[in-house]
Unconditional design. Sequence first.
Length: 410
Amino acid sequence: MSDPNRWPAPWLFSLLILPLGIVVVGFNFTALPLLLAQAGVPVDRIASISSIINLPGVFGFLLAPVVDIKFRRRTWLAIATFGTSVAVCIYFRALALSHLTLLTVLILVGGMLTFLINAACGGLVVRTLSESAQSKATAWIMVGQLGGGALGAALILWLAARLPISAVGVCLAAVVALPGLLSFTIPEPSPEPSAWFHGRFSQIGKEILAVMRSPARRWSTLLLLAPGGTGAAQGLLPAIAAQYGVGPTGVIWTNGIAGGVMLGLGSLCGVLIPGDWDRRLTYAGAGLTNALAAFVLLLASRPSVYLSGTVITEGFCWARFAALTVEIVGVETRDASTLYSVLSAASTIPLLYMIRLDGFGFSKLGTHGLLWMDAAGNLLVFAVVVGVFVACGIGLHRVSVPVADEVSTG
């Protein structure tokens, strides 16, 4: 842990994670579905493309070990940010050519670089902040990732209505690259000398095994794999916006501007949760906001309903997810970025299968099938978690996990 007097401000992480938010939330989840729908691509095909291009969230941990070696994590953060900027230029060119297969492959490959942004930020939060500051930083991370990403979607769609799509890619790449310069302001100490990978995989294996051996950490990890709190339906809303009488401009204002503000406010609600409350219960409880959004969208096919259902966002839920993930990693974990990435990758699995299930629900029952399918996952997880807490007599206040002892005996 670095000198407390030189800890980075928690809000800084909202800017450092912003490139990932713009690309994943702004482009992958909002702008791309709308652009493809406008091009006449069916919703179930859009769902398939969306599930594929988000695979780096599952397999990105394979590259994550590099973030824990040789250079500072802030240096890897800058490399990942600038690499993502270059990738954006390339796959926007494929979008201009309307080549869906090539576009999918390029976004998938570029997404591996983008995932390293998540790994570096997660490792920096764990290794450079106190436990109380970590909870605030994870909330700010979601402000940048979700709120900033939604505002990025508004920027992309606004530019797409005025410029050739290739030019939009160049503009977006410039915006993505700028936060990379801020990474060098993190007061991170120099890393210990080490070989590239010698002995690292053994250490990583011990740290993962320690998670599996700890009942509390194991249960928390299983909760990350559950279908609640994914917000999968939110990523498909632009593709069905027309069914609510909402056009491209409406999507810009609703999913972009209003959605971005509400995502940011929802994420900041995570700061209000007392640090000693059990993060598993608060994460499951936060998932109810996603179910509420689905129920609102089921009321009627009108623009006002679309607005209401969109601004009830998953920001709070994702802030609690990040806080739970950081708790599982623990401050004593040496390969913090790698373990954080492994857990983030695992948590992407339910997002992808919920996107597929939502697409399946749409193919059977239309928009109502999509929304009911998504709401069911959130309600099921909340019911199971509350049932376990009641049956086992677990209180609201959490118990600290002795991570160092687990790793050393693993």
